[in-house]
Each structure stands twice: as structure tokens, then as C-alpha cells.
Design a protein around this ligand. Structure first.
Ligand SMILES: *Cc1c(COP(=O)(O)O)cnc(C)c1O
Length: 337
């Protein structure tokens, strides 16, 4: 099977497994796992921020960030398609008692003007707006990337209105590679950044929340409360270090593969709109002959897995375990449909 359902399906490479086996470990809840400590320092330095905390999942790092930035009864602003709202089980309400002001952005990206329009007036009737959450790349936007200028304008709006600014950067490295940007600039404008090691970077588990020292101290407390304190987590951290050292630059290959796949679909009469492909995600509409689930079944008959994310829309995600020969086979199959 050539599995395009998600970039989470990757398995550790032999090099990564060797690094995991050799990891020196300790009890991370006591702060004594040297490999976890190394990964946290490495990620903080990468973004030029003071501190970081290693967590089991990107959902947890986002939810901890929201908890640390808000008080119950506050409101946060995010795009309608955002992961924090759509795919974290209602955690914003459940964990933080916070309401959400949804913004209809462009393929998952919002603007400073939209942020300013969405801030509640200071009025006892209204929840207090305290946080903005951005997502880069935007998953449901088809892996779309922000223009850094737009992020800077949002930063200025947040500073002026005294709002926190969090980045869900589960696929931030895809954006950095696609736009040839430095992580340091992201560290300068966000109050907190969440990154995932288990998406395109290919680690089995893990996410980091990055921010200033008092914020990360509070985040460690919340991580424990949420049940995310891990003990000898160094083997997992070693996979993350290996991924950061070896799997960032190669994301460009995934992006090229995604372009080839989109180009093959574009030639098919039964395919409608294809979202512009900016990184490793291809999202397209099936116009006639098939529903999206029917096309997914058809692909499966040819040993290709894709996800129907709605009755008319299919998502394919390219990653580390999709090799050049897999892409060639995929193009052949699409050609013959
Ligand atoms: C995958 C993902 C996350 C985190 O998901 P986990 O499976 O909990 O690690 C967060 N945000 C976005 C945009 C994602 O795609």
C-alpha cells in the first residue's frame, strides 16, 4: 500500500531506530532525562526562544498553550478550519473553559484586520478576548503557508490590543522549507510555538511547546495535570533529535512529489478544483462520476490509500515513506483512471 492518508503514518528509519536505541535516558518528570533536555534546548535555540517542553502530541502542546494563555471565560480567535477548533475534541472548552471566535480566512489563514474586527469590546456582557491562534502550514487549507508580512501585521495587532499569539506549527518546517524562511523570525513574533516531530519529520511520537521561561514553567505544570509527564522519554526525544538533524531539508522532495500528483489529477475530467499545492498536501474536489469515498475505494483497489475528508473532497499527504518509485506508480494509476 502507498499510504497518502497522512504524514503521521511514517515509520522510524534504521538510522532513527539506532539513535533511539543508543539514547541515554532518565526520569523526565524529575527533569533528569539528558536526551529530552537536549531536545528541548535544541528546539528553543532553533527558534531563538528561551525554553521548550517535550510532550506526547501536538494536540497536547496546543491545549497546554491555550490553557497557559487564558482564564476560564476568555475568548480566543482562530480560523474556522483550524486544528485547535476542528480536531482537538472540543478541548478549548473542555480544558480551558474558553469560547472561540471563528474567522473565515483564506485557506486557513487569517489577516490582522480580521483579528481586529473579532476582538470583543470591553463590556461585562462579552467574553474577554485574550488570544489569537494561527496555523502554519494550514492543514485544511491544503498545506497553505502564511506570508510572513501578514504574520507581522497580526503580531502588531496583538501587541496593540494585548492579546497572546500562539502558533500551531505542526507542519511549520514544511512552511519554512517551502518559503525558505528562518525559524528565528518565527521565534521573534510568537509568544508560543507548537511543533510536531511525528508529521513530515518522521518521528514516531512527540511535539514541543516553545516560549519564554515563565511560560514554559507553567506549561510543565499543566503538562503534568493533563497526564503528559513522561518518564524515560529519552528514546522518543532521540528520534526527534534525529528527525531535526536529518529530515528537514528533505521536505522539499515531498513538496515536489505533491506537485507531480496534483498535476496528474489536473488532467482528469472528473476532478474539480484542486487547492494550490504549496507544501506536502494535495486537496481536490471530485466533480462527477465519483463521490470522494468511491474514488478512495477505487484508489485502494490499486494499493493507494487517500482520505475522503468530505463527500466531495479527497486529501493526499506526501511524506518520508513515499519514495520516488511510489510516486511514479501513483502517477500511472491516476493516468489510467
Ligand atoms: C496533526 C496536527 C496537530 C497535532 O496532532 P497530534 O496528532 O495530536 O500530534 C496539530 N495541528 C495540526 C495543524 C495538525 O495537523
Amino acid at each position: 500500500m502507498i499510504d497518502y492518508r497522512s504524514d503521521t503514518v511514517t515509520r522510524p528509519t534504521p538510522g532513527m531506530l539506532a539513535a533511539m536505541n543508543q539514547a541515554v535516558v532518565g526520569d523526565d518528570v524529575f527533569g533528569e532525562d539528558p536526551t529530552v533536555n537536549k531536545l528541548e534546548k535544541m528546539c528553543a535555540a532553533l527558534f531563538g526562544m528561551p525554553a521548550a517542553v517535550f510532550c506526547p502530541s501536538g494536540t497536547m502542546t496546543n491545549q497546554i498553550a491555550i490553557k497557559c494563555h487564558t482564564q476560564p471565560g476568555d475568548e480566543l480567535i482562530c480560523d474556522t478550519l483550524s486544528h485547535v477548533y476542528q480536531y482537538e475534541g472540543g478541548g478549548i472548552a473542555f480544558n480551558s473553559g474558553v469560547s472561540v471566535r471563528l474567522v473565515n480566512g483564506s485557506r486557513g489563514r487569517i489577516t490582522a484586520d480580521q483579528v481586529l474586527e473579532s476582538i470583543n469590546p470591553v463590556d461585562v456582557h462579552k467574553p474577554l478576548t485574550t488570544l489569537v491562534c494561527l496555523e502554519n502550514t494550514a492543514n485544511r487549507g491544503g498545506g497553505s503557508c502564511y506570508d510572513f508580512n501578514d504574520i507581522q501585521l497580526i503580531r502588531e495587532a496583538c501587541s496593540e490590543k494585548k492579546l497572546g499569539l500562539h502558533l500551531d506549527g505542526a507542519r511549520l518546517f514544511n512552511a519554512l522549507v517551502a518559503r525558505n524562511e528562518s525559524p528565528l523570525r518565527y521565534g521573534e513574533v510568537f509568544d508560543s510555538i507548537s511543533i510536531c516531530l511525528s508529521k513530515g519529520l518522521g518521528a514516531p511520537v512527540g511535539s514541543l511547546l516553545i516560549g519564554d521561561t515563565p511560560f514554559i514553567q507553567r506549561a510543565r505544570r499543566i503538562r503534568k495535570v493533563f497526564g503528559g509527564g513522561m518518564r524515560q522519554a529519552g528514546s522518543l526525544a532521540a528520534a526527534g533529535i534525529y528527525a531535526l538533524e536529518n529530515h528537514i531539508a528533505r521536505l522539499a522532495i515531498d513538496h515536489e512529489h505533491a506537485q507531480l500528483i496534483a498535476a496528474a489529477w489536473r488532467k482528469k475530467s472528473f476532478i474539480g478544483d484542486i487547492f494550490p499545492v504549496e507544501t506536502n498536501i494535495v486537496i481536490f474536489e471530485v466533480s462527477n462520476s465519483y463521490t470522494a469515498p468511491q474514488l478512495a475505494v477505487k484508489l485502494k483497489e490499486h494499493a493507494i490509500l487517500a482520505i475522503a475528508i468530505s463527500p466531495k473532497i479527497i486529501r493526499m499527504v506526501v511524506h518520508l515513506d513515499i519514495h520516488e518509485l511510489d510516486v511514479e506508480r501513483t502517477l500511472e494509476v491516476i493516468g489510467k483512471l
